[in-house]
Ligand binder design. Structure first.
Ligand SMILES: *[C@@H]1O[C@H](CO)[C@@H](O)[C@H](O)[C@H]1NC(C)=O
Ligand SMILES: *[C@@H]1O[C@H](CO)[C@@H](O)[C@H](O)[C@H]1NC(C)=O
Ligand SMILES: *[C@@H]1O[C@H](CO)[C@@H](O)[C@H](O)[C@H]1NC(C)=O
Ligand SMILES: *[C@@H]1O[C@H](CO)[C@@H](O)[C@H](O)[C@H]1NC(C)=O
Ligand SMILES: *[C@@H]1O[C@H](CO)[C@@H](O)[C@H](O)[C@H]1NC(C)=O
Ligand SMILES: *[C@@H]1O[C@H](CO)[C@@H](O)[C@H](O)[C@H]1NC(C)=O
Length: 349
């Protein structure tokens, strides 16, 4: 009798612990997300996540760690072959123009963050601007950085994604895509982006340019309504240079572009056009405007906007700097920067 009471007490204590652990459990910050499919949610995706150096060519204002601390859950990285190094680098078209270093180092930082944050699901979208890197070229950097153990594998043609809870429980909570040269027979974890995701046009110069049409893949796939999609919502300023035009990210107007009248408006327009909310809000200067609030709103949860963003802490003057006119004058006065901006003009994206 006594023993049975004791057993029941121990059992209920145990049950209590289990329940309270579940109560605290959140997936990407919200318990509501645990039962959602990976493909049912909207994520803020930073365009050229690695390009945060103090230059008019930068697309972001703080490093990837601050981005992830703030709630960015998708990163776009460019894989470029460095002339002096066989390792994969994060560069803007050419490593002589903007080199953010070895991909392995950034991946290693991201792996460290994933380890410290066991309930988070993250996406990396690669682009290969020079069409000179292949799926197998990613393997060594992924292995050496320790990030490969987190890589989820989704079979080709399978558009039914696991829930966040399933991904967290399996430990496979990093989804990797590449825009070209995927080969899932030999590198199964590096998914061919446009088999799973389509994108709206990325070459936008003003607030009226944003459209809810399929830009990539070139041939619209048959199963569009089951695919995820990325909504490109950033502006490039046009600067005439000889016969060419130079494209500059627009930090000065990012508070408007990333605000409700623009970013949320296009998300709602695209929801109408495609019958689902965008999965990836692809933005520059995510810390300006309301990108994280808007993603939360699209996910039917509330973002706590009372906390100062990490991005603004590490870069206290980020909200007012780097306007297009500043970029223009820098462009004219600094030869090294001119080279960089010419490089940007050649950049695919
Ligand atoms: C490669 O090395 C040469 C010689 O050290 C140097 O001049 C050049 O800038 C390097 N290139 C890159 C992309 O780092
Ligand atoms: C597709 O992926 C989901 C989630 O990983 C899995 O449950 C399902 O069995 C897969 N379907 C096929 C046909 O492989
Ligand atoms: C906005 O950009 C589009 C091209 O995307 C162009 O046709 C249009 O003239 C531009 N409008 C203004 C006001 O600059
Ligand atoms: C955007 O920033 C500019 C200049 O800093 C400011 O004048 C404007 O009111 C801001 N707009 C919004 C929507 O926050
Ligand atoms: C949010 O609510 C809308 C409208 O009820 C629904 O269509 C959508 O699936 C919900 N999104 C999520 C992520 O729960
Ligand atoms: C921020 O701006 C203020 C006022 O313009 C300036 O005094 C300060 O040095 C700036 N801080 C940084 C980190 O650039």
């Amino acid at each position: 009798m006594f023993k049975r009471v004791l057993t029941a007490t121990v059992a209920s204590l145990f049950a209590f612990n289990v329940v309270s652990a579940q109560d605290q459990q959140a997936c990407n910050g919200y318990s509501e997300f645990c039962s959602k499919s990976y493909s049912d949610l909207t994520y803020v995706l930073t365009h050229n996540s690695y390009a945060y150096s103090a230059s008019p060519a930068a697309n972001q204002q703080c490093d990837i760690k601050a981005q992830m601390t703030d709630g960015v859950r998708a990163l776009r990285l460019s894989a470029v072959k460095s002339e002096n190094d066989t390792d994969l680098h994060l560069c803007h078209t050419s490593c002589s123009i903007l080199d953010a270093g070895k991909a392995q180092d950034t991946l290693s930082n991201i792996a460290g963050w994933l380890k410290e944050n066991p309930n988070e699901v993250l996406t990396i979208m690669w682009n290969v601007p020079n069409n000179d890197m292949y799926a197998k070229d990613f393997q060594a950097s992924y292995e050496a950085s320790g990030i490969l153990e987190y890589a989820h594998v989704q079979s080709p043609q399978n558009l039914t994604w696991p829930t966040l809870q399933e991904m967290i429980s399996s430990g496979k909570r990093l989804v990797n895509f590449v825009d070209i040269n995927a080969d899932q027979n030999t590198v199964p974890w590096l998914h061919s982006e446009f088999d799973y995701v389509f994108e709206t046009p990325y070459d936008n110069q003003n607030e009226t340019s944003f459209q809810c049409t399929i830009d990539r893949p070139e041939t619209p796939p048959a199963n569009v309504d089951q695919m995820m999609y990325g909504m490109n919502h950033f502006l490039y300023g046009q600067l005439p240079w000889g016969g060419n035009t130079i494209q500059i990210p627009q930090s000065g107007s990012a508070n408007v572009t990333n605000g409700e009248g623009s970013l949320l408006k296009q998300a709602n327009d695209c929801n109408q056009a495609f019958g689902s909310r965008p999965n990836f809000l692809i933005v520059d200067f995510y810390n300006r405007g309301n990108t994280l609030e808007i993603a939360a709103q699209l996910n039917n949860v509330t973002f706590d906007s009372s906390k100062q963003l990490e991005c603004d802490k590490v870069n206290p003057n980020s909200s007012g700097d780097n306007t297009n006119s500043a970029a223009t004058s820098l462009f004219i006065t600094t030869p090294a920067l001119s080279l960089m901006l010419v490089g940007l003009a050649m950049t695919f994206m």
